[in-house]
Ligand binder design. Sequence first.
Ligand SMILES: [Ca+2]
Ligand SMILES: [Ca+2]
Ligand SMILES: [Ca+2]
Ligand SMILES: [Ca+2]
Length: 285
Amino acid sequence: MINAAKFLILLTLLFALGCDNGSSSNVTTGDTGGKPPGPDDPCPSPLGVEIQVYINEVMVDNTSAVPNGSGEFYPWVEFYNPGPDSMELGGAYFSDSIADNQRWQFPCQFPETNLQAGEFLVMFFGGDGNPDDLHIDFLPEISGEHIYVLNQSSDFFYFNADLLDQNQSTGPFPDGGGDAVPLSVPTPGGPNAEPIPPVVFVRGDLDLDLDVDEDDLALLTGHFSGSPVITLCADRLDINDNGEVTISDLSYLIQALEPNGPVIPEPFPSEGVDPTPDNIDCEGP
Ligand SMILES: [Ca+2]
Ligand SMILES: [Ca+2]
Ligand SMILES: [Ca+2]
Ligand SMILES: [Ca+2]
């Protein structure tokens, strides 16, 4: 019995050690083409617990907002060390894929990757694979839902690029680990600005009287026959909330105004925000 218990303890210890080494040795081996892991690795990947740094702000469609050192416009991501200790990102991985979370590794020879407590680091995408260049060596998708991964699992950053306009960034407010929301102004290298306040509207209310009736139907009919309704919040016209303004919205509104017709999707009948992401702008009345 005693021997069996010792054996079990040994097995448990071996398993724990194996797991501990496994995450880092696999990383090293995979990255160096089979070179044995160990202290010889000039740029070892840090363990997850060693990196307490947030992915803090992201701009994927940077056409004119933030130039890089060469005056070019590439997507960028901001990292933030909330402290109290300094953090070294050299050797850590960054990726836009959970399945492939080692897409790019921070180089080790740059003093910039050592973040003091409270410090921000802005990294541009679009590197050319040159390890002497402090650029992320891939380009991110600029539409759809995404999750970014730091150091394989140290931090995850989820955002929906479809909610962002060109030159608009997303991140938590205040800085740190909260949900990413579209921010009122990009702040690369500094504390995040306040979120853009959500725009409220009534779906189907085209004449802005907070009611949906035959007057709005007349306007929507005109919209599809040569008298377009001009509104910054085109979400009002997406009566069936399918993410596009088409003639089907007109037939939906006609039916919705009939007795026992279909109900117009929210926000209706009261003002509210569009609950479903889409590419339609809604920035004001
Ligand atoms: Ca910022
Ligand atoms: Ca109305
Ligand atoms: Ca529609
Ligand atoms: Ca919508």
